[in-house]
Write a protein that binds this ligand. Structure first.
Ligand SMILES: Cc1ncc(COP(=O)(O)O)c(C=O)c1O
Length: 424
């Protein structure tokens, strides 16, 4: 763990584009002063720069269209499963991928065209498959032969499907989010995929449109993506190839992910070499579409010790599981004193020693009552928020050009107990 630089400019580089420091020193995201948002909505608080997400989605769409005209992009909605985000993606004209009934329900509630929904899952229940069929989801991705049997039984008419293939590619990322290597629970390895393809081609109900691969998440180099395309090319010629998501983002000063253009260039370059030229390409990024545009705002509750110096805030592993689950490194700043400072242990309020938000982060003179912002929390943090120690899940604000709107309210104590069945 080392951080190399914490100047104001370098720190701002981890916040959504356009973030700035006001003349009085206060951090501004999406045109909104974080102190103002925290005063109005309390902390912890997730803030998403809506304009930045929209601009980024358009950039990635443009890059994809330029590299491979017969293509489309879907948002891997597990990265930010909130109705307002489904609506935003629908407004931007892209589809979504869903895994599970909850994500499908939110996608439909958010106004996503069912034809643009891709249904995933390595353990889809019959109820979920029925729901996907009933919704007329555009594509269902077959993960295993049980999916084939269940769909054969449940489908009334023709259902377009893709087959998820395990390409045997291990990208350099956290074990928990590497999904393309031999032994992964996702998809079928090449020999089993060949057999499933033969079976699907005989199916009277399931129309095999093509193949799907997704090798993992937070991948910081383009090569493994190209290797995955090469790995599935020998399985025959198909109309559609869904090449998954997985592009990593810059969480810390040291991270250097490929640009979306470079990522798409690597996919399209490999596709040009080994896939049919008339094929349709799909990409399904999640993290890279939203992570850099989200910020979590906390209030400092207590500061103690000198070596180490603990700065404890009013959130932690209940609103950001990425640290405890993978060891993801973040950066942070006091919102009214951006940049500089001395190294502290930024810790949460939950009853585990592993509840550290950022170890050894430079904060300038953090004191109880200060606000601390952690950037790059726009993916998988809302997703995995939980009620550890009875924590109330934070609200989500979309900030845009100086205006903010609440898209998820803070959980209440009544919400927390709403499913408990009182004793008879
Ligand atoms: C099938 C599938 N597609 C796409 C994604 C999105 O990955 P990322 O958020 O890393 O882009 C995931 C994430 O786990 C996934 O499982």
């Amino acid at each position: 763990m080392t951080t190399t630089a914490e100047s104001t400019t370098e720190l701002l580089g981890l916040f959504p584009p356009g973030s700035r420091v006001d003349p009085d020193g206060e951090l501004v995201v999406g045109g909104c002063r974080l102190a103002g948002l925290a005063a109005e909505w309390g902390t912890p608080l997730y803030v998403i720069d809506e304009a930045a997400v929209r601009a980024h989605v358009r950039r990635v769409r443009r890059a994809l269209g330029a590299a491979w005209p017969d293509s489309r992009m879907v948002f891997a909605s597990k990265a930010f499963p909130v109705t307002a985000m489904y609506r935003l993606m629908a407004e931007e004209g892209i589809g979504v991928d869903v895994a599970g009934a909850g994500e499908l329900a939110m996608a439909l509630a958010g106004g996503v065209d069912p034809a643009r929904i891709i249904v995933h899952g390595n353990a889809k229940t019959p109820a979920e498959l029925r729901m996907a069929l009933h919704a007329r989801a555009g594509l269902i991705v077959i993960d295993n032969t049980d999916d084939i049997e269940a769909l054969e039984e449940l489908a009334d008419g023709e259902q377009p499907v893709l087959l998820r293939v395990l390409p045997g590619v291990r990208p350099d990322t956290y074990d928990a989010v590497a999904t393309g290597q031999a032994g992964s629970k996702f998809g079928l390895p090449l020999p089993a995929a060949r057999a499933a393809i033969a079976r699907l081609r005989r199916s009277r109900k399931l129309r095999l449109d093509g193949l799907h691969v997704h090798i993992g998440s937070q991948i910081l180099s383009a090569e493994p993506f190209a290797h995955a395309v090469e790995a599935i090319a020998g399985l025959g010629e198909f109309r559609t190839y869904d090449l998954g998501g997985g592009l990593g983002v810059r969480y810390t000063y040291a991270d250097c992910p490929p640009s979306p253009e470079d990522w798409i260039g690597a996919l399209a370059g490999a596709a040009r070499q080994v896939l049919p030229s008339g094929a349709e390409l799909i990409i399904e990024p999640g993290r890279s579409l939203v992570a850099p545009f989200g910020v979590t705002v906390y209030r400092v509750v207590s500061v103690k010790g000198d070596d180490p110096r603990f700065v404890a805030v009013d959130g932690g592993m209940a609103d950001n599981m990425e640290v405890a689950l993978y060891g993801q490194r973040f950066e942070a700043t006091v919102t009214s004193r951006v940049g500089g400072g001395s190294r502290v242990e930024l810790v949460g309020r939950h009853c585990e020693s592993g509840d550290r938000l950022v170890s050894g982060v430079a904060l300038r003179d953090a004191r109880p009552g200060d606000l601390v912002a952690v950037p790059v929390t726009g993916a998988y943090c809302v997703t995995m928020a939980n009620n550890y120690n009875g924590a109330l899940r934070p609200p989500v604000l979309f900030a845009r050009d100086g205006q903010s709107r609440l898209v998820v309210r803070r959980e209440t104590l009544a919400d927390l107990m709403s499913r408990d069945v009182p004793p008879a």
